[in-house]
Design a protein. Structure first.
Length: 196
């Protein structure tokens, strides 16, 4: 009989695997986009948090749960539309994760806690929420930043890097500075951080 953690993790990954969009990994294999994202999130967790418990591990794994079901285009353009879409996605992912955890045998308190972390309530004050945010920022910088920066106007991209950096912990800053980057990406980060 699988543990409550293993059962929930499998259920989360099964939902990730339903993502109709795919991405190509470094080894040339293909994987559903959200499953790849979730695995990358989990890959960073032990580097940003000294002792992540099962609740945090599940929250980090489920942060983008079924995000493709509600496309960004269904919300108004602009910052308010984006923030509303992101908030609604976090609420939905948190509620779904809490339900999966409850069905697997986690307590209501543990299930609710996971939803709180996914919803990023307490960012900057709650170390578990900060760990999730650090993972998200590092996954972005490592895997999506270079392509994203080619599509966004330069000054806007500098502001995005500055906002991303502001949300990260000092530990995540150190990890981010060790990431391999193209010359263009590295220059953008240096400009955003006010370095020559």
């Amino acid at each position: 009989m699988p543990s409550a953690f293993d059962q929930t993790l499998a259920a989360i990954d099964a939902l990730h695997a339903e993502d109709p969009r795919s991405t190509t990994l470094a080894d040339g294999t293909s994987m559903p986009q959200e499953l790849a994202y979730a695995q990358r999130m989990s890959g960073w967790l032990d580097r940003v948090h000294d002792a992540p418990d099962e609740v945090l591990r599940l929250a980090v794994r489920a942060q983008h749960l079924q995000r493709w079901l509600v496309p960004r285009e269904e919300y108004p353009e602009g910052r308010i539309g984006y923030l509303t879409w992101r908030r609604d996605q976090g609420t939905r992912a948190g509620d779904t994760t809490a339900q999966l955890m409850s069905e697997a045998g986690f307590t209501a308190e543990e299930s609710d806690r996971s939803a709180t972390i996914i919803g990023k309530k307490g960012l900057g004050r709650d170390p578990d929420v900060q760990a999730l945010e650090d993972c998200a920022c590092l996954v972005f910088l490592e895997n999506y930043f270079a392509d994203f920066s080619r599509k966004i106007e330069h000054d806007h991209m500098v502001r995005i890097v500055q906002k991303t950096w502001h949300k990260m912990s000092p530990r995540a800053h150190q990890l981010a500075l060790t990431l391999p980057m193209s010359d263009a990406s590295a220059a953008l980060v240096k400009e955003a951080l006010g370095e020559e």
